[in-house]
Design a protein around this ligand. Structure first.
Ligand SMILES: *Cc1c(COP(=O)(O)O)cnc(C)c1O
Length: 458
């Protein structure tokens, strides 16, 4: 089919939507390192993990070999309410940039939670329900994950306890209320409802919290309440598995028109949207069937890939979670309270970390003010008000397209547009008033938190 036949939006029929999730680990020669028990340094067993996580999710977490996991019918039905997400050919952006590059983006913001997180939230809530649990606990930073999980739990009739990083709780009252619409209870973290929260409050009075700290509280609440388990919206292998629906849909849509991307770009917080978007393409690369350039884009204020260390570390500030081997800035690293809310995690998915370490992926870091410039440019050209997180990918895609203009190369670029920015207007306001700064940690800042990495082999 000829190029000019490609529509602005490529949709899929219900039948063309994925029937299985794809587990990238099955095709990795070097598997991601296992989670370790922080006390003994031994790999976490399924039995141990089942005290914290839902049973079937633990199996997905530990399975490095099964390539395809059939998506249960109930989850497929839920997906049909808001998926397939559109794959958009950014004709207007190409025109505006006067680039020979062909730009596509997969837009995940078309649901009430406003981001891709719902793809994993419904899966995790489904397995919790199937296990007969009363409810789940979790943390939320910027609020997207908490909102997505509230929607999923509301749909399935599960209780949902959300620990929301205190500064977001105060700055984002609207997200908080959306969660309540779906029946979740929302507690600002750190709080005095948990032992670890009390400890952190005593140690850092007046702290506005962090994601790592909220995780500690949510885990403690899960293990001390009968019928509850903890769920997490990013970083974990199971989350990347569920998010593969993004990449599978994108690939099916592109294949329909015989389009093969050269460069695939995504923002990286804990790695779930990027891992999901690249999954089937990376699978081809790992199997030697095709080649692609993959680019992770992270904020300069929290640069895990580009300035972190590949080592075992805690996923949380309270140091109650298992250790994961990943690119990390150290679990005591607290990024500047800028606005890339969903990208402010000190670590990174073990799967993506291993792939990056083995040279299958690139990473770049970008400054906050440049990101907002790109966000506004994109909003005016393509119409969608993007989330600040997503705008990291927009900036990198624009930079690649500009590069194509200089070299005359007709590259095909695919990027993940993970969400909308309706709840981030305070950040946009700061950008407009000139108050927004790009704060970049010093080498000393990073060295200080890396010096506190746990001492384990691996
Ligand atoms: C949470 C979030 C991200 C970052 O999380 P990943 O796990 O790295 O995908 C990016 N964009 C949006 C809109 C988010 O809500």
């Amino acid at each position: 089919m000829s190029e000019n036949k490609i529509p602005y939006k490529i949709y899929l029929s219900e039948e063309e939507m994925p029937h299985s999730w794809y587990n990238l680990r099955a095709d990795m020669k070097v598997k991601p390192a296992p989670l370790l028990d922080p006390g003994t340094g031994a790999p976490m067993t399924a039995a141990e993990l089942e005290g914290v996580f839902c049973k079937e999710l633990v199996q997905q977490e530990l399975d490095n070999d099964t390539a395809l996991f059939p998506i249960p019918q109930e989850i497929r039905d839920f997906y049909k309410m808001y998926r397939p997400s559109p794959l958009v050919r950014a004709y207007c952006l190409e025109e505006k940039l006067q680039t020979p590059a062909k730009i596509y983006y997969k837009f995940e913001g078309n649901n009430t939670s406003g981001s891709h997180k719902l793809n994993s939230a419904i899966a995790q809530a489904y397995y919790a329900k199937k296990q007969g649990l009363t409810g789940v606990t979790t943390e939320t930073g910027a609020g997207q994950w908490g909102t997505a999980l509230s929607m999923a739990c509301g749909y399935l009739g599960l209780d949902c306890k959300v620990y929301m990083v205190k500064c977001s709780y105060e700055q984002k009252p609207f997200r908080r209320e959306v969660m309540k619409v779906y029946g979740a209870s929302v507690t600002p973290s750190p709080s005095d409802t948990t032992e670890v929260g009390k400890k952190i409050l005593a140690q850092f009075p007046g702290t506005t919290g962090s994601l790592g700290c909220a995780i500690s509280e949510a885990v403690e609440t899960a293990v001390t309440h009968e019928g509850y388990r903890y769920v997490l919206g990013s970083v974990l292998n199971q989350v990347l598995l569920h998010q593969s629906v993004i990449g599978l849909e994108a690939k099916t849509a592109l294949d329909k028109y015989g389009v093969k991307p050269d460069i695939i770009i995504g923002c990286a917080g804990g790695g779930s949207n990027l891992g999901g978007l690249i999954a089937p393409f990376m699978g081809e690369k790992l199997r030697g069937e095709a080649d692609y350039r993959f680019i992770a884009v992270e904020p300069a204020s929290c640069p895990s890939f580009t300035r972190g260390k590949f080592a075992y570390d805690f996923c949380d500030t309270g140091m109650v979670c298992p250790l994961a081997k990943m690119y990390t800035l150290g679990s005591s690293f607290i990024p500047n309270a800028d606005h890339a809310g969903g990208l402010r995690f000190h670590g990174m998915s073990s799967i993506l970390s291993q792939l990056y370490h083995d040279g299958y992926m690139e990473a770049t870091s970008v400054k906050q003010t440049d990101v907002f410039e790109a966000a506004e440019y994109f909003a005016r050209v393509e119409g969608i008000l993007p989330a600040p997180e997503s705008s990291h990918a927009i900036l990198a895609a624009i930079n690649e397209a500009k590069h194509c203009k200089e070299t005359g190369e007709e590259k095909t670029i695919l990027f993940g547009l993970t969400g909308t920015g309706y709840f981030d207007l305070v950040a946009y306001e700061k950008f407009h008033s000139g108050e927004m700064k790009s704060v970049v940690p010093t080498d000393e800042d990073i060295a200080k938190s890396l010096a506190q990495l746990p001492q384990v082999q691996g």
